[in-house]
Design a binder for this molecule. Structure first.
Ligand code: NAD
Length: 694
């Protein structure tokens, strides 16, 4: 029987001991690693022939951070603070030799050492707040002893990841060396014990510390971890080091159990799961160095910019030369803001734009690897484009459409190569929004899907794979959400009450304000297109149609649900209230009041119910994909984890009861999904559910 190799081993270089962690793939702080480190320190303490210790993670590594597999379980001994205490308490100097990512608990271990030597590839950061917690093993107390309180606050609260050079400049690394292990061994020969816990927190500028705290709290957006991080870092100067550690640990343990941390952990796992797509195992992505975008409007320009930012070459195709040049100008315009704020340099923008070729010449498409069509949302326009692409683009190139609602399979079947067609549904503004819905057609080849996922990764988007249906994952649920928001209004809630309830739930903007921003005409056109096929038993609210017919299309016309002044400032429009009152009277509806809690519950539950229908139909592979889509593409609050997670937290029997009430209010199209009914009865959850007959 082969025993698993020990995750922590000891070897000798003369009087210096090397403690090496080897736990694939990134040396996380799993129980075995923590135990091995504590045991190694005990062995070294008892060995008088050892004068100094080097702690190494082997080539390319140190300790990446906590073990995510253990994150949802209660803390288990030995606890990380005990590991750090064992290292810091060893009566011989310990030098960390850092090569690679050293985040969260990994950096806390390094801060327990007496010196840190990093390679140019080292990345250091206390990134715990990304998961709704704070460092729990001394990070908030040792870091300020190196960098001071004012600098420590943003490092922790913004979860900044420092490159070796920055870490060295701040004193987090004592030296940068190409071979950190060799350099650490050299250093160990003369190293002294210098525990950070014995150092005072440097005196700081009180105003700078206050400013750092204010800035962090302002950016906190309701995240309790930020407030706690600020509090415990600022308290590092009060009392003993042990007092500080105790304050930190108590806050860490409480935050770990908070609903916000649970939601963020859920999203963390969701991101890892999203790339796992049945049927594409072993499929290699096709090349995509050279990409063409067809249509340089709002979306095409944003998509082109996202591609350029990732180093790809982009051919931007428009209807004629003038439109192509206007498209290039639109792309350039997207860099105005980042240039002004200093996020990119003029030289970087020039380099990116040099990779953009605006043209009206379709022959230039013969050599591209991948095409993304972003022309008008009109089947005839798209049909014409895909037929032309089929004749000019080389065999094996991937043909993608950014369509929001059209039937991807119908588009694919217009070509002689439907297996090469895939949906790449970006969200506006496409250069900024994280979500990329990847629509898998009935005939999409596995390697085409793999290419789409590879492209998403390359350009820094969060992919979510969806099946082909009206609205795919996101817009389909969004349509139900909007309809139910309108039912609430017709039944008695004011639009601004609905928006305020959504904003207090954590949405950046309420749904009616969002509609005004995007323009009410787009949804109006769609409703008209679908009028003939709409189920007559589905309740239909005419208020938005009446707004459009009155020329009130939202922000761009100065009024919609709200009124806007010339500077774009929003206010209540009494005409909206009058219109709503008139519609209620005409329909014989006696308005009733809704509390913010009722509004929130209703809208989250109808979203989850439609999501459950997508799961049953195989449109979404798993509930967590739906959550990712909503937090990355629709402004759903991350701290609530997404609609499916929120429904699980609410308890599915309560969700079912709410959906039954929503069904009574909305009629056809709002019935509870069978999956929701089954899970509510069996005590199941969306999170644990997987389609078994696939
Ligand atoms: P838009 O009207 O701003 O831009 C469309 C562009 O395509 C125009 O510049 C037009 O000249 C060009 N075009 C039209 N026919 C063409 C052809 N045959 N050859 C070359 N260029 C052609 O539209 P948009 O908002 O950018 O939307 C584009 C697509 O993206 C649509 O399918 C839409 O549903 C989808 N989409 C839009 C959004 C959004 O929020 N606007 C979000 C996601 C997806």
């Amino acid at each position: 029987m082969n025993a698993a190799p020990a995750p922590v081993t000891l070897r000798r270089h003369g009087s210096v001991a090397v403690v090496e962690i080897a736990y694939a793939p990134v040396n996380p702080l799993s129980k075995g690693v923590r135990t091995g480190l504590v045991e190694a320190m005990a062995t070294l303490k008892a060995d008088p022939t050892v004068t100094a210790v080097v702690l190494s993670g082997g080539p390319g590594r140190f300790i990446a951070g906590a073990d995510i597999r253990e994150m949802n379980a209660p803390p288990d001994e030995p606890f990380l603070p005990d590991v750090v205490a064992a290292i810091e308490g060893l009566d011989k100097p310990v030098i960390a030799a850092i090569d690679g990512a050293t985040l969260g608990g990994g950096l806390e271990v390094a801060l327990g050492c007496d010196a840190r030597i990093g390679s140019p590839k080292a990345l250091l950061g206390l990134t715990e707040t990304r998961l709704g917690i704070i460092p729990g093993a001394g990070g908030t107390q040792r870091l300020p002893r190196i960098v001071g309180i004012a600098a420590a606050i943003p490092l922790v609260c913004e979860a900044r990841i420092l490159k070796a050079k920055e870490a060295h400049a701040l004193g987090l690394l004592d030296a940068v060396a190409d071979d950190p292990l060799a350099a650490a061994l050299d250093f160990a020969a003369t190293a002294q014990k210098r525990p950070l816990s014995a150092l005072p927190v440097p005196e700081g500028d009180a105003a700078a510390e206050q400013a750092a705290a204010d800035a962090a709290l302002k950016g906190a957006k309701g995240q309790p971890a930020i407030g706690e991080a600020v509090r415990v870092i600022r308290a590092a100067r009060e009392g003993t080091f042990a007092d500080g550690l105790a304050r930190e640990r108590a806050a860490f343990l409480a935050l770990r159990e908070s609903s916000e941390a649970k939601a963020l952990r859920h999203l963390f796992f969701a991101e890892r799961e999203a790339g796992k797509v049945p049927g594409i195992e072993g499929a290699a992505a096709r090349p995509f160095a050279s990409v063409a975008v067809i249509g340089a409007g709002t979306m095409g320009a944003g998509i082109a910019s996202a591609l350029l930012d990732a180093g790809l070459n982009v051919t931007l195709v428009e209807r004629d030369e003038d439109a192509a040049q206007a498209g290039a100008t639109r792309v350039r315009g997207l860099y105005d803001r980042p240039l002004k704020s200093g996020r990119v340099s003029a030289a970087q923008v020039d380099e990116r734009l040099a990779r953009l070729v605006p043209t009206a010449d379709w022959d230039s498409l013969s050599a591209v690897d991948l095409v993304i069509e972003a022309a008008f949302e009109d089947m005839d326009v798209k049909a014409d484009i895909f037929r032309r692409l089929d004749t000019v683009v080389r065999p094996g190139a991937v043909l993608a459409s950014n369509t929001s609602y059209l039937d991807l399979d119908a588009i694919a079947d217009l070509t002689s190569r439907p297996e090469d067609v895939v949906g790449l549904h970006f969200f506006a503004p496409a250069n900024l929004m994280k979500l990329l819905e990847v629509v898998r057609g009935a005939k999409t080849a596995p390697d085409v899907l793999a290419t789409a996922l590879g492209l998403a990764k390359k350009i820094g988007k969060q992919p979510v794979v969806a099946g082909n249906c009206d609205g795919f994952i996101g817009n389909r649920i969004y349509a139900v959400y909007r309809r139910h928001a309108e039912y609430l209004v017709e039944d008695g809630a004011a639009p601004e009450e609905v928006d305020a309830a959504l904003e207090s739930y954590g949405f950046a903007m309420g749904i009616f304000a969002v509609s005004d921003m995007s323009g009410l005409d787009i949804a109006f056109a769609m409703r008209k297109r679908r009028a003939a096929t709409r189920d007559p038993n589905e309740r239909y609210v005419t208020i938005p149609d009446l707004l459009c017919e009155a020329g009130r299309l939202g922000r761009k016309t100065g009024s919609g649900w709200y009124a806007y002044d010339t500077a774009g400032k929003k206010s209540l429009d009494p005409r909206t209230a009058d219109l709503i009152a008139a519609v209620r009277t005409e329909r014989g509806i006696a308005p009733r009041a809704f509390t913010p809690g009722e509004i929130q519950r209703r809208l989250v539950c109808v979203m989850a119910n439609e999501g459950a229908k997508e799961l049953e139909e195989g449109i979404a592979l798993r509930a967590s994909d739906i959550d990712l889509a909503f937090v990355n593409g629709y402004g759903f609050p991350r701290l609530k984890g997404g609609p499916m997670f929120a429904a699980d937290q609410m308890g599915l029997p309560a969700v079912l009861a709410e959906v039954e009430a929503a069904h009574a209010a909305g009629g056809a199209g709002s019935a509870p999904s069978q999956l929701l009914i089954d899970l509510a009865r069996s005590g199941g959850s969306f999170a644990a559910w997987r389609k078994t007959n696939a």
